[in-house]
Design a protein around this ligand. Sequence first.
Ligand code: NAD
Length: 394
Amino acid sequence: MIIKPKVRGFVCITAHPTGCAAHVQQQIDHVKAKGPIQGGPKRALIIGASTGYGLGSRIAAAFGSQCATLGVFFERPSEEGRPATPGWYNSIAFTRAARADGLYAGNVNGDAFSDDIKQQTLAMLARDMGPVDLVVYSLASPRRTHPRTGVVHKSALKPIGAAYTNKTVDTDKGIVSTVTIEPADELEAADTVAVMGGEDWEMWMQALADARLLAPGATAMAYTYVGPSHTWPIYRDGTIGRAKIDLERAARAIDAKLKSHGGRAFISVNKALVTQASSAIPVVPLYISILYKIMKAKGLHEGCGEQMQRLFATQLYNGNRLNLDRDGRARVDDWEMRADVQQEVADLWPLVTTENLAALTDIAGYRAEFLKLFGFGLPGVDYEAEVEPHLPLT
Ligand code: NAD
């Protein structure tokens, strides 16, 4: 099969297996080039391990610290005439590379919110790895079927309290326009908390504790975003922000439990990056396009792999300490939030139009990063060649 990108709005419905493998390899090469991460994890469970920040975390743990990893994710395998989702190919590439280096890599593909997938994961951990010293919770999902009630909660990406009007960009067509997003009602806000809040993370931690699969001193972490004030109505103060407040509540509750065994739980605030999850949030892709332009010019740009390598190497391990803010969160969005970077974003924001989009922003970089998520545009990959789309998850 010859596989080309087919972009539909903010998703690409095809993915390239060789390209995804090259993308994973780039992140592995970066972690290896940065050198070993001393005192790092030895057995890690990564929930949401196939793309974005979860994949970056898995790569930093495995290739920085020679860590055995079990990855949980929800990806679609290939079907007749249709390639798999990128996370499927990423996980195969990761697994091959880890095993080639003599590292254990196990995978569970299915709905992490369900009891069944939790039980499958615990069984695999008990059989293959033993108690984990790191749990990364990095799910980004549009819905969750609650395992106790059976209710399907759908997350919304909306402001709370009042409509929000701002500039946005159609990244596919390159059109800058003004968008107004009506506020969420209470049910939508509560549903978003049910999907992206902390209850499921707590369920995972409880299940691990009950099965005696948490090592003494274990670390648990999940991720959030804060960003500058022009994105607050849609992110920090919106439905997703409310879910993140609940995630922080869960972090404190988990931390209190882990502390009695010398462990810790916390939230890391990460940089805004092109991922499948962030491309779906209105206004954010325009912000990212401006941000990339500025951060690249200043030599500060990082991707998921670089962010996670930096978090592991300069804060979590290597004898270092977490760079905690007043709310007890680790910060690796420090370069994004630098005053000079944010001032330049604020200066450019009102000036951007459809006509000057390419000149004033890094929309080209945004698009290239977006296509890379699906394995397209990687150097050294022959996109005209036949490629086998049906690869088993090993
Ligand atoms: P992503 O879409 O790249 O990854 C999501 C992961 O969750 C994938 O591995 C996917 O398979 C898995 N997943 C989704 N639903 C699942 C389910 N039901 N069962 C099992 N696995 C499931 O997302 P991302 O952007 O890396 O986001 C991860 C975390 O990082 C989120 O908490 C997000 O809010 C946070 N974050 C993202 C950004 C950003 O700009 N992208 C910035 C800061 C923080």
